[in-house]
Design a protein around this ligand. Structure first.
Ligand code: ZN
Length: 186
């Protein structure tokens, strides 16, 4: 997001004025500037191509499943501008190359720090890694809590939304998929 800070600050100020009878009180005085700063973080995923962050190594004939689980992420629901957050689990079976492990959380973060819905976030992570790795199979599972469900709407406090996306062996081979699910749920 190449944000125009003063435009955003002015718009936030306008929203505060519509919501609160005392928009100029001390607690709200610096809120527009603070929101701009937090937007820069929350929507900072637009400037960087996640694929450009990946580094690769020779798999040295390792051809078993690699799983990186419980990757924390924070995102913003594009329908309500409220946070949804949780954990991502990523597994793949390499085809000659493996990816630097610390790069997987980075890819999740860059896609999450945009206006999102959980389904798209899941498939974007899968598509990016699939394209970059040309793996034999890949699986991505996201578990998330949505504030738009908890604080408004259905007001269901303990609902967790789970989305998944599978490619290659993870999609076509039940054993592979079950192995991945077992590791994730262990
Ligand atoms: Zn929502």
């Amino acid at each position: 997001m190449n944000i125009n800070k003063s435009t955003i600050a002015q718009l936030i100020k306008k929203i505060l004025t519509e919501i609160d009878p005392e928009p100029d009180r001390e607690g709200l005085r610096d809120t527009p500037a603070r929101v701009v700063k937090s937007f820069e973080k929350l929507f900072g995923g637009y400037q960087v191509d996640p694929a450009s962050q990946l580094t690769f190594f020779d798999s040295e004939s390792y051809d078993e499943m690699i799983t990186c689980k419980e990757i924390d992420f924070y995102s913003t629901c594009e329908h309500h501008l409220l946070p949804f957050y949780g954990q991502a689990h990523i597994g793949y079976i390499p085809n000659k190359k493996i990816v630097g492990l610390s790069k997987l959380p980075r890819v999740v973060e860059l896609f999450a720090r945009r206006l999102q819905n959980q389904e798209r976030l899941t498939s974007q992570i899968t598509a990016c890694l699939d394209r970059a790795l040309q793996a034999k199979g890949i699986g991505v599972i996201l578990e998330a809590t949505h504030l738009c469900m908890q604080a408004r709407g259905v007001e269901k406090q303990n609902t967790i939304v789970i989305t998944s996306s599978f490619r290659g062996l993870f999609k076509n081979n039940l054993n592979t998929r079950n192995e991945f699910l077992k590791i994730v749920n262990a």
